[in-house]
Design a protein around this ligand. Structure first.
Ligand code: GDP
Length: 460
């Protein structure tokens, strides 16, 4: 599809840098560049082939030189957007790149691009699926090696291929159903209720596996939601401050001073931690603290990782036991704090048969063994945030589509097993196929497309 208006924008980040790139896309891109480019070495833009560049002067309407630039031409459909694209690399700096952009925008039918419009055109011209386009946004904001790997997996179309395979399976089942409906008395191999049920079960389990990848992606994009819990005065705030490297929580000798949940985003190696320091978990009569305690317990449910802190300077108590009962073993790291004042009785009590992910002894106040704790957290994060090579669910939009597809297949399976008419099974499978097409963007409303691309920055 060719769009009438061409678009232009600065593609590099604002601020000073060695080079800035201005990008033009659309049918007028090359003729517009032709007006303002005087080649020194290389050809005029109109004569340039795709994937070639020329060195020369970028001039304004009065033919004054603005800068010496390298101009690259991409001819449709072999460009990022699928349209004719010109990229002008000029010397860095906002002033110069803005001046060049303003000159380009004097060309008729060339306007400033909206946020994400280059990628939107790539999507509309069939260069990218919606999941790939979303990955471009993730790639731009990716922090950390794993996050980049993850965004690349999506960018390379792994999710699209995976979803297409699901759609293909649904189509096969639908056609089997049609055959079966048309020739109910024929004994056609592979076309019977049992075989169809097996196929649908397999499809469901694969879809569920893909759904599980959502949590990994979430950790990579948003960081590991981590909460520090423990009785009052065990050293939670001190630990929080040590990990976040700043004095955010109030640390006092009086039990129960951390009243609310404070959140901090910190980087541990390749992992982003979204660290919450919560009120102490214990029975309390204090109204203000009561709210804090409730929040702390609800944040335990939502957390990806829990750092459960115990005070080694005193023996373990019933309260510690109550806390442990509320924690999931598979996402809890036990932190024994105050190792500098370790009580001889402390170790004599077993941890009530609780098997955490890891156990680390530290002194938060003296910053002893903090590195060991950081390593334990990193090990946990790496285990939970390894990009799945065969596709991932990257965001809430995709998750909802897959969820809809999953329940529709489940409905089809239920209808088949209770012996409902083919129609009921077919309707549900159609709905599943539709949800998958929405996921990849093959059947999607303009509103959804606009929402996806509004997350982008201008120039991408
Ligand atoms: P919270 O109520 O669990 O947040 O505990 P705080 O962080 O407020 O700490 C309570 C008290 O324990 C403070 O006086 C801290 O200085 C002290 N504390 C924290 N960590 C250590 C430690 O590793 N060793 C010792 N000896 N005291 C600590």
């Amino acid at each position: 599809m060719q769009l009438i208006e061409s678009i232009a924008a600065i593609a590099t980040p604002h601020g000073s840098g060695g080079v800035a790139v201005i990008r033009i896309s659309g049918t007028q891109a090359i003729s517009c560049a032709e007006q303002f480019f005087e080649p020194v070495r290389g050809k005029h833009p109109l004569k340039m082939e795709g994937y070639t560049c020329s060195y020369g002067y970028f001039v304004n309407q009065e033919h004054e030189i603005l800068d010496d630039v390298v101009l690259t031409v991409f001819r449709n459909p072999h460009s990022y957007t699928g349209e004719d694209v010109v990229e002008i690399s000029c010397h860095g700096g906002r002033f110069l790149s803005q001046k060049i952009l303003r000159t380009i925008l004097t060309c008729p039918d060339v306007r400033l691009a909206e946020a994400g419009e280059f990628t939107k055109r790539a999507f509309l011209n069939g260069k990218l699926s919606l999941t790939q386009a979303e990955a471009v946004a993730d790639l731009i904001s990716a922090s950390g090696e794993n996050a980049v790997k993850y965004a690349r997996t999506l960018r390379d179309g792994a999710t699209f291929r995976k979803i297409s395979a699901f759609s293909q399976t649904i189509l096969e089942i639908l056609s089997d159903l049609a055959v079966w409906a048309d020739y109910p008395d024929e004994d056609i191999p592979g076309v019977d209720a049992d075989t169809l049920e097996v196929k649908m079960q397999q499809l469901l389990s694969e879809m569920r596996r893909l759904m599980a990848s959502y949590d990994y992606g979430k950790i990579l994009r948003e960081g590991l939601h981590t909460v520090i819990v423990g009785k009052p005065n065990v050293g939670k705030s001190t630990l929080f401050n040590v990990l976040s490297g700043c004095e955010r929580s109030i640390v006092t000798e009086i039990a129960g001073t951390t009243r609310d949940v404070v959140e901090e985003q910190i980087r541990l190696g390749d992992v982003i931690l979204r660290l919450s320091d919560t009120a102490g978990v214990h029975e309390t009569a204090d109204k203000v603290e009561q709210i804090g305690v409730e929040r702390s317990l609800s944040s335990v449910e939502q957390a990806d990782l829990i750092l459960a802190v115990f005070d080694m300077s005193v023996p373990l108590s019933e309260e510690d036991k109550i806390l442990l009962e509320k924690l999931p073993e598979n996402k809890t790291i036990i932190v024994y704090n105050k190792s500098d004042k370790s009580n001889p009785e402390f170790h004599q009590k077993p941890l009530f048969h609780f098997s955490p992910v890891e156990t680390v002894e530290i002194s938060a106040r003296n910053q002893n063994n903090i590195l060991e704790l950081q390593n334990a957290v990193e090990r946990f994060a790496v285990r939970h945030a390894t990009p799945a090579e065969d596709g991932m669910i990257a965001n809430e939009r995709q998750r909802v589509c897959l969820e809809n597809a999953l329940s529709a297949v489940q409905e089809a399976l239920d209808a088949l097993s209770v012996g409902l008419a083919f129609d009921a099974v077919t309707v549900s499978l159609d709905a599943a196929a539709d949800a998958l097409l929405q996921l990849t963007g093959e059947r999607v409303t303009d509103k959804v497309v606009d929402t996806v691309f509004s997350r982008f920055c201008v120039g991408k």
